[in-house]
Design a protein around this ligand. Structure first.
Ligand code: ZN
Length: 324
């Protein structure tokens, strides 16, 4: 049962209008071209001026789905053009959160369009807190569906014109698992999660058996001696199905990496650094990094394999930095 104080505070916010957020740039051809390229859109009405001149809009228009693009903040959070509101249209989420509903998940988004947007037009939007539903319990937990509507306009001297709307709905909730954990007595704590086991096939069995023996084995084509990883049934170089394996030295360098911060999936440590390692034999493989600090990771740094056994059954190669 939701706190009555929360419900009454939420009710006073529903229907509230928040001020304008302006677009940094007028609708322009370079952004349209790049967006179309990235999204795989090849409609010439958006990019070919000569074609568009004879089209239904009499000139180039922006793809409707770009509506939100024009008014985005850019690379840095909350970086909006001068004149934009400093009101926070998400204040209701903060309010709900204060009552213990800490998590949020985007549920759905709907775009609707009033008219095309033309090159050179400058957009802004205003936000309305459309609704906050009654407290509901879903598979994720218990909380509230919050719906915001951003109405987009083009500025015109003779009066601004609406061009489209973006509806955005989130579920602000208290996770089911967190609640259970808080209520459960300590002795009923769930068993510690184990590492998922790899799927072992006829192509990959040698690799995992090698790990169990503390060897890093790399598949080698018997016909042309090309090394390959991850293991596969056929040589991509000469198409031979014949292969054996060689033991790698275990030395390599960091070709690339990611550091997983979220989600914090058990049983992994977080943050969880994962490397793409280029072995000195020339193939690359993905493996966990150990003995590293986030700020100490550097592309090209020298690494050495070591094997660690997890859950008393799974031996995995991990890579640790070695002195230069
Ligand atoms: Zn081959």
């Amino acid at each position: 049962m939701a706190d009555p104080q929360l419900l009454s505070s939420v009710r006073t916010l529903v229907g509230r209008q928040y001020g304008r957020v302006y677009a940094w740039d007028a609708v322009n051809a370079p952004m349209i071209r790049q967006w179309c390229e990235i999204m795989g859109v090849d409609n010439p009405l958006y990019t070919d001026a000569a074609y568009a001149a004879d089209g239904p809009h009499g000139g180039l228009v922006a793809p409707p789905a770009m509506l939100q693009v024009w008014t985005m903040e850019g690379l840095h959070a909350n970086n909006y053009p001068p004149g934009s509101t400093d009101q926070n249209p998400y204040e209701v989420l903060k309010l709900i959160e204060e009552y213990g509903y800490a998590s949020v998940v985007a549920v759905n988004s709907e775009l609707s369009f009033t008219r095309p947007v033309y090159l050179g037009e400058r957009l802004y939007y205003t936000t309305r807190l459309e609704s906050v539903g009654d407290e509901k319990t879903t598979g994720l937990g218990t909380g509230f569906f919050v719906t915001l509507v951003m109405s987009h306009f083009v500025e015109k001297p003779e009066g601004d014109e609406p061009v489209g709307e973006l509806l955005f709905r989130v579920f602000k909730f208290r996770p089911a698992s967190a609640r259970t954990a808080a209520q459960a007595p300590i002795e009923n704590e769930p068993a510690k999660a184990k590492r998922p086991l790899p799927g072992v096939s006829d192509d990959t069995r040698f690799f995992w058996e090698g790990c169990a023996e503390g060897k890093l084995l790399i598949q080698r084509c018997s016909a042309c001696a090309t090394l390959r990883h991850p293991p596969a049934p056929v040589c991509t170089h000469c198409h031979s199905f014949e292969w054996d394996s060689v033991q790698a030295s275990g030395r390599g360098s960091l070709y690339s990496f990611v550091v997983m911060h979220y989600p914090e999936v058990a049983p992994f440590d977080h943050p969880n650094p994962i490397g793409l390692i280029e072995l000195e034999e020339g193939v690359r493989l993905i493996a966990g990094l150990t003995g590293v600090q986030r700020d100490g990771l550097r592309i090209g740094q020298q690494l050495q394999v070591e094997f660690q056994t997890f859950d008393e059954q799974l031996a995995l190669p991990l890579f640790r930095p070695v002195g230069e």
